[in-house]
Design a protein around this ligand. Structure first.
Ligand code: HEM
Length: 279
């Protein structure tokens, strides 16, 4: 007869198997979802995305950001791609999404895939794959099989996407509401190693941090002085590199920048105030 110790080990193993089964049932995505229904889907996505990025390397960052903005509102179901109608303002017309670019890349991939296998491959999968292919950085396996949503509501963007002025507690709660933990938050924020920002997304830290005309004391004051030269008060059009000097390369520089108190957004600078994200 089995002793109590081996029974409890068996119980733990069974529980783990059940949790994993439950997770995989909840997620019907799998690697190579289109391997029989549309074998060239991933290759077409890669080829066309690479062609676009070759012509316009600066599209990589907004495609990665678009994938993030898609996933945080109603899940990764391409609702960020839908157009507004007379009766409905869609996500892509919400303020945080007005600076998204690269929709033409997804449209071009979708058109090419539709020629090869009509009505099979979702735009949500195309966006997930294109974002990875575009950044020319780390590779991550992408299970596919996402289905496209039909609902896209601008107001939901503001209630689901964390704004640039969130502190680490607020960011942690925002990510937790999407099933992501604080480590995911720190890892995913590395997306800010590429790309650009418009001045209003961080100028409060330069000119009006607490509403009294002050600067963000957490930021390196030399960096503030440099940034003030680029972004004058009220400037809404100038763009700056988020990770100065290496904003086109997907490296780990972002973490060095943040640790030097040069994180551009408050949502980056705030990582130094929490022991987990600081580490
Ligand atoms: C943690 C919460 C986050 C906040 C508050 C945030 C906020 C912002 C803001 C304010 C901008 C600049 C927009 C502009 O002024 O044009 C930006 C840009 C960007 N974000 Fe985030 N972000 C967050 C997380 C992420 C994540 C998770 C990713 C991807 C993994 C990401 C990828 C990017 C990229 C690539 C850009 C540059 C876009 C471009 O060059 O057009 N961000 N983000």
């Amino acid at each position: 007869m089995a002793n109590p110790k081996s029974l409890s080990v068996l119980f733990i193993q069974l529980t783990l198997v059940l949790i994993l089964l439950d997770l995989s049932n909840a997620q019907s995505l799998k690697l190579g979802f289109y391997s029989t229904s549309c074998p060239p889907a991933e290759a077409i996505t890669k080829k066309i995305t690479t062609q676009f990025i070759y012509q316009a390397p600066s599209l990589a960052a907004p495609l990665l950001r678009m994938h993030f903005h898609d996933c945080f509102v109603r899940g990764c179901e391409a609702s960020v791609l839908l157009n507004s109608t007379n009766n409905n303002q869609a996500e892509r017309d919400a303020i945080p999404n007005l600076s998204l670019r690269g929709f033409q890349v997804i449209d071009a991939v979708k058109a090419a895939i539709e020629k090869a296998c009509p009505g099979v491959v979702s735009c949500a999968d195309i966006l997930a794959l294109a974002a990875r292919n575009a950044i020319n950085g780390p590779f991550w396996p992408i299970p596919t099989g996402r289905r496209d949503g039909k609902i896209s509501i601008a107001a939901e963007v503001l209630t689901n996407l964390p704004p640039f002025f969130f502190n680490v507690t607020q960011l942690k709660a925002s990510f937790a509401s999407k099933g992501l933990n604080i480590k995911d938050l720190a890892i995913l924020s590395r997306g800010h190693t590429i790309g650009i920002s418009h001045c209003p997304s961080f100028s409060n830290g330069l000119y009006n941090f607490t509403g009294k005309g002050d600067t963000d004391p957490k930021m390196d004051q030399n960096y503030i002085a440099q940034s003030k030269k680029k972004c004058k008060p009220g400037d809404t059009t100038t763009i700056v590199q988020i990770d100065p000097g290496s904003s086109k390369i997907f490296d780990t520089d972002y973490y060095t920048v943040v640790s030097k108190r040069r994180g551009l957004f408050q949502s980056d600078a705030t990582f130094l105030t929490n022991s987990t994200t600081n580490a």
